[in-house]
Design a binder for this molecule. Structure first.
Ligand code: F3S
Length: 63
């Protein structure tokens, strides 16, 4: 699974980085970015939670 953040859409709420810090971190510009190319298998559930928790649907997960 791959995760992507649309930084044009992200409003910097920080939920994704809180829920799944192994994949998402906040940048100095207060938007989220991914720190891994491929989501580790044991992080897929958390990444899914982060994706569905994002208030502006800025996160895309692809297989
Ligand atoms: Fe941004 Fe959504 Fe994460 S608004 S900080 S991508 S939960």
């Amino acid at each position: 699974m791959k995760a992507e953040v649309n930084q044009e859409t992200c409003i910097g709420c920080g939920l994704c980085a809180e829920i799944c810090p192994a994949v998402f971190v906040m940048t100095d510009n207060n938007v989220a970015e991914t720190i891994v190319d491929v989501v580790p298998a044991d992080q897929e559930a958390a990444a899914g939670d982060a994706c569905s928790s994002c208030p502006v649907e800025a996160i895309t997960l692809t297989e």
